[in-house]
Design a protein around this ligand. Structure first.
Ligand code: MV4
Length: 664
């Protein structure tokens, strides 16, 4: 342990967690060093740190996971400590050791504690020894299939086979009957070998209605440890947490105390130091029961969802981490810690819920967060999302006196979030927190999968969204044309019939909307059988107030390269504008380059190098934000280069093809 306190922290991470660490370091007057890959040159964590240093190419293996590059960056910048954040090198025992060998402070647990929790069988044995409840099962050395089959019989079916090196659900097999045991074992072993280079498995009683409840622990270098109560992370999809909250619904004081004590015993048993989370599975088949919770694993890092614990305990866990790393005693004793109110967090991702939660990229042309929520983010408006990293946009965290107040606050926060330029899981999150089982607090880990269809169902855009998009596309809401609108309007009136037709495309469906009226009198929008009357006024400080059906509510509309995105009544709807004159696809019309107008995926390549093409001929079809865009030949000529393949992810402005124009 060094004697002088930490003065400069290098953050071996990116995105929201790097920004989170910078927040606390700055408040404490500690200097910060950001590291960045080539893809993150202009990222928010780089802009916010006191200094920044490049550590390699975009691919994480060559940058954020490159131990030598991170250590060299720390030496070159004179940092005295490294905060690993979560993911990347945060739970790498070799890295923790290498940091200390280099004479720096690792803001995390000792390498030995990371190692003690690395393999499930050894961790389980250590926990059993420390008196922590574990799921009944076999976690000894034998891997003899006959022996393990006999153990499974003794445990009683259904059982769960788990690869001991597994994590995140990998290498797990549920077995209902003895007859299926051997093939399931072989399959779990193969997966363990392939994914982790370790085929060894353990056998457990299968818990059929699990809830994921974890305990935040903290230990200092003097052998003291406390817990900061529980978080409920039951709402998950494919082992990705979606919504987290604290405390856990239905938790009794007796169970909380028992789980807290078990978690502290777990930390002490392995000589822990710093922030850690002991993950338990609770058998919720008959509500929560203090005799039915079991140790699952320990996460030896600060977790993504740590803010909910901070909100109910009034602590700053990054500050605690720094204090402990400085050799100071824990900031609070167990008796000084208490739960106040209820906190919830939602993870906002750039992903397409309708397409199996496919990660998305894009440029955040428009990004607004609500003022009355804690926002943890690593991006700002105008930033692009790199396909190389986790597509998290932000965590929205709220706190209220009770669960229902917190839930309503989170609903409002989600409804007040506006993002254009990429597809997000916002709509999915709103539906999830309105889900009846969630509202009542009776969840299990299977909830999202059971209700996936309703949670991800595509809904048609509301008439109001369509009308608003048409008004925006017609230019009536363009702040740059403040007085211009009046001129245009006069122009309108001189024509006699004051109407304007606007073409919109919603998910490949063309819509032609006829607008009549004026900004001051209000508009009528007609299309098909629809007729909507509304008026809009610009609010000071941005945004709009829309009036329709005798109600007034906030709304917003953003124009960008992809078209128009409108935000109204908690709904985000993207429209493409087919007519280039209306300011949509600004392909380089008269250039000889065919460029991607936005980040997206190549869906079709309808040409080949050397092909003679005619002006207007479709060459490449791209998809972005759920819409397809056809890129056409700007003039007659021959395709000189073609740099687009089916399924390619392309960046905004990427040159996809070049044309040699026909001799005039
Ligand atoms: C289990 C289980 C049922 N019975 N163990 C999934 C990943 C790892 N952290 C532990 N996991 C599970 N272990 C027994 N004996 C069910 C799961 C499980 C799960 C646990 C917590 C949160 C979400 C989950 C989703 C599927 C399965």
């Amino acid at each position: 342990m060094t004697t002088s306190p930490i003065r400069k922290i290098l953050i071996a991470n990116r995105g929201e967690i790097a920004c989170r660490v910078i927040d606390t370091a700055q408040r404490l007057g500690i200097a910060t060093v950001a590291v960045y890959s080539d893809a993150d040159r202009d990222a928010l964590h780089v802009r916010r740190a006191d200094e920044a240093i490049n550590i390699g190419p975009a691919e994480a293996k060559q940058s954020y996971l490159n131990q030598q590059a991170v250590l060299t960056a720390a030496r070159e910048t004179g940092a005295d400590a490294i905060h690993p954040g979560y993911g990347f090198l945060s739970e790498n025992a070799d890295f923790a050791r290498a940091v200390e060998t280099a004479g720096l402070i690792f803001i995390g647990p000792p390498a030995s504690a990371i190692r003690a929790m690395g393999l499930k069988d050894a961790a389980k044995a250590a926990m059993e020894k420390a008196g922590v409840p574990v799921v009944p099962g076999y976690h000894g050395d034998s891997q003899d299939p006959d022996f393990l089959a006999k153990k499974a019989d003794e445990i009683g079916y259904p059982v769960l086979i788990k690869a001991r090196a597994g994590g995140g659900g990998k290498g797990m097999r549920r077995v209902e009957h003895a007859a299926e045991f051997r093939s399931a074992l072989e399959s779990a072993q193969r997966e363990g070998e392939a994914a982790f280079g370790d085929p060894a498995c353990l056998i457990e009683k299968y818990i059929s209605t699990p809830r994921h409840i974890e305990i935040q622990v903290f230990a200092d270098a003097h052998g003291d440890a406390v817990h900061l109560f529980e978080r409920d992370c039951t709402l998950q999809r494919r082992h990705q947490k979606v919504i987290e909250e604290a405390p856990a619904p239905g938790m009794t004081e007796a169970m909380r105390q028992k789980m807290g004590e078990a978690a502290v015993a777990a930390a002490k048993a392995i000589g822990y130091r710093g922030a850690g989370t002991v993950e338990f599975i609770a058998d919720a088949s008959a509500g929560l029961d203090e005799n039915r919770f079991y140790f699952m694993e320990m996460n030896t890092r600060l977790q993504v969802e740590h803010p909910v614990t901070e909100m109910i305990t009034g602590t700053d866990l990054v500050e605690w981490q720094i204090a402990v790393a400085n050799g100071e005693p824990l900031p609070k004793t167990q008796d000084e810690l208490a739960i106040t109110g209820w906190a919830m967090e939602a993870r906002l991702y750039a992903e397409d819920a309708e397409k199996g939660f496919l990660p998305a990229t894009g440029t955040l042309h428009h990004l607004r967060f609500p003022a009355d929520a804690r926002i943890e983010t690593g991006v700002a408006e105008g930033d692009s999302l790199s396909p190389h990293y986790d597509p998290i946009i932000a965590k929205l965290v709220v706190h209220g006196p009770d669960r229902e107040t917190a839930r309503l606050k989170l609903e409002q926060a989600l409804e007040g979030t506006q993002i254009a330029g990429t597809v997000t899981n916002l709509g999915f999150l709103v539906r999830l927190i309105r889900d009846r089982a969630f509202v009542e607090g009776v969840m299990d880990t299977g909830l999202i999968d059971r209700e996936l269809d309703q949670l991800t169902e595509a809904t048609p855009p509301s008439p109001l969204a369509i009308a608003l998009a048409a008004i925006q596309a017609a230019g009536f809401l363009d702040p740059a044309h403040g007085t211009d609108v009046w001129d245009r309007l006069t122009g309108f009136r001189l024509w006699g019939e004051a109407h304007r037709d606007v073409s919109l495309i919603h998910r490949n469906d063309p819509l032609r909307v006829r607008l009549t009226g004026t900004p001051e009198m209000g508009f009528t929008a007609h299309w098909g059988d629809h007729e909507v009357h509304l008026s809009c006024s610009t609010k000071t400080g941005g945004g709009l107030t829309v009036r329709a059906d005798g109600h007034a509510f906030p709304a917003s509309a953003a124009v960008h390269a992809g078209g128009v995105t409108v935000f109204v009544q908690g709904e985000t709807t993207d429209f493409a504008l087919p007519d280039p004159l209306q300011g949509s696809l600004e392909t380089a019309d008269h250039s000889d380059e065919i460029t991607a107008p936005m980040p997206g995926t190549i869906k079709l390549v309808a040409t080949a190098q050397g092909e003679a093409v005619e002006a207007g001929q479709p060459l490449i079809v791209m998809e972005a934000m759920k819409m397809e865009y056809t890129l056409t030949a700007p003039r007659n000529g021959t395709i000189a280069t073609l740099n687009a393949g089916l399924g390619d992810q392309v960046a905004d402005g990427a040159v996809l093809a070049t044309l040699v124009p026909e001799e005039a």
